[in-house]
Design a protein around this ligand. Structure first.
Ligand code: DX5
Ligand code: ZN
Length: 217
């Protein structure tokens, strides 16, 4: 599977958002990763649908929208209309009515991801994997950028591949050239990186180092 790199805009300079989108694309980004936080599911607050729609106007690659929000089914269509290409909601936010939440997301016609935080296994997703396009394994606790990679998260990536699942596996949090290699070796094919990429002196070089066969230097 081709490795896809999704820079997380959470770490960009919001005062020049259009230029940051262009910078990520020029550096070779495959998707823009957009972290939506509601101040309830996670103790941080970020982008509403109007801002995603504004990003959509300037973006030339897909918008990968990671919803860290409560009652995600209420917002699925809004973020789809705003221009999300991939919509991911958290299993933990939908635990009580997972099937209906998944149906609401599928009804948008977008590519659908389901995310799990570090304490949550992937076993609850197993019966639904044929309805899911992507599993997002959080390798930090959702809410903030700049945290350290939790290596145990890789077990979940391996478990999904051991089951023979061939959908996209995205991994998010604490990704850099070293941890990115571990993620790829475990079977993840979409790498999200925020502070590592936007904080790099040379974003293009840093991004290239996340791809297979390219050394960290
Ligand atoms: C955290 C977000 C991540 C975050 C990653 O809740 O989901 O996408 O931006 O940031 P880094 O790469 O700095 O860990
Ligand atoms: Zn994210």
């Amino acid at each position: 599977m081709k490795t896809l790199i999704a820079p997380s805009l959470l770490a960009c300079d919001f005062s020049t958002l259009d230029r940051e989108l262009a910078r990520a694309e020029k550096a070779g980004a495959d998707w823009h990763h957009v972290d939506v936080m509601d101040g309830h599911f996670v103790p941080n607050l970020t982008f509403g649908p109007p801002l995603v729609a504004a990003m959509k106007k300037r973006a030339n690659i897909q918008l990968d929208v990671h919803l860290m929000i409560e009652e995600p089914e209420k917002w699925a269509q809004n973020y789809a209309d705003a221009g999300a290409n991939i919509l991911t909601f958290h299993y933990e936010a939908a635990i009580e009515d997972f099937e209906n939440t998944l149906s609401a997301f599928r009804a948008t016609g977008k590519k659908i991801g389901v995310a799990v935080n570090p304490p949550c296994g992937v076993e609850p997703l197993k019966p639904h994997l044929d309805q899911i396009d992507m599993v997002l394994i959080m390798s930090v606790h959702a809410g903030f950028g700049g945290q350290s990679f939790i290596a145990e998260s890789l077990d979940k990536v391996r478990t999904l591949r051991d089951w023979g699942w061939q959908g996209d596996i995205e991994i998010d949090g604490g990704i850099n050239a070293e941890t990115g290699t571990l993620c790829r070796e475990s079977g993840a094919n979409v790498l999200v990186a925020g502070s590592y990429l936007f904080g790099a002196k040379d974003m293009e070089q840093a991004l290239a180092a996340l791809r297979p066969g390219v050394s960290a230097n």
